[in-house]
Design a protein around this ligand. Sequence first.
Ligand code: PLP
Length: 396
Amino acid sequence: MAEKRNKREKKVGAKALRPFGTSIFTEMTSLANAYHAINLSQGFPDFDGPEAVKAKAAEAIMAGPNQYAPSIGIPELRHAVARKMMRFHGLAVDADEEITITSGATEGLCATLLGLLDPGDEVILMEPCFDTYAPISALAGATIRYVSLIPPDFSLPREELLRAFSPRTKAIILNTPHNPTGRVFSMEELSFVASLCERYDAYAISDEVYEHLVYAGRKHVTLLSVPGLRERSFVISSTGKTLSMTGWKQGWVIAAPELSRAVRTSHQHIIFCGQSALQKAVAFGIDSSDHYYTQLLEDYTRRGQWLCNALQELGFRVYLPEGAYYILVDITPLGFDDDLAFCRMLPEKAGVAAIPCSAFWNNGKRIRTLVRFCFCKKDETLQEGIRRLRKWLETG
Ligand SMILES: Cc1ncc(COP(=O)(O)O)c(C=O)c1O
């Protein structure tokens, strides 16, 4: 019966999307809910962002108007994003010509890829990567060339990149700070990418949603600040992670005017515009004090260090993150060799959910022993997760 249904579903779905199926985040969060597990899988906090930002949203809804926003986003929010780029990166960005407000980074990526790519164009993806890049590129009709970030250091695969770039390359998609490896790419690494983009007249699309979560004194380098990339990059970000309200889906794309026009053309036919009241609230939130941003980083530094130590003590091989809010572990030292089977078993057996990293790979180099735990949770949630894992590992 189920087999029959699957066959029918496959026939109906768009051909380009057939290889991709249901998102791993949906699967693991459903398992976590079914078994009342501590959900260290999908990257959303179990706490809300600032009360004052929530109050602004409520106020904006009550005051109205609750009608369509301008397609490119309300001016207050575009100007707040421009101020933020100056404040954190010293970069001047034109709020009217270069910023487009989207429904989260996900729609920003979608609008960028659908607005930029033609069937047959090549797009380079660095795996493991966030699970949205490949399906949207495929939907745009692009051919995907995969290069791999390899443990233990997940450094930029220069040789592979040299081989992957060609005159057919239209764009490369980067993500820094990187989910799931926690890498924060250096100016030197990004300059290497810039040199290839210049050589092949390609664009760089950069997903920077974790831009404020960078540890151990490292610095986030936005692609817009890399020499050679200011005019050929699309920088995508959102407030989900920074304001700890992933459900609000408020994001943006920053790109040179001509590039922004391509994004805006597709954005208007995907959602036309985002949610006006929430745009007002996040405009206020982005202007938060330095104290807010410092405290956010301090809290995540503490949680990340605590979880790394705890997972190490349990016997996992831990890859220390430089940024974002995930920890990648190798399950081999504990006698497991299949991340998907491990993560499907974990909610029921241990009462904890995590993400199998093979879901972030599409090419042949898929590594099957890496599992991702997130630390965007209250201290007590992380402690309970570790208590459960320890109990399960000790008693089986
Ligand atoms: C790398 C990366 N990009 C984009 C997103 C989604 O961002 P948004 O919720 O703003 O669409 C996530 C969410 O986990 C992510 O990890």
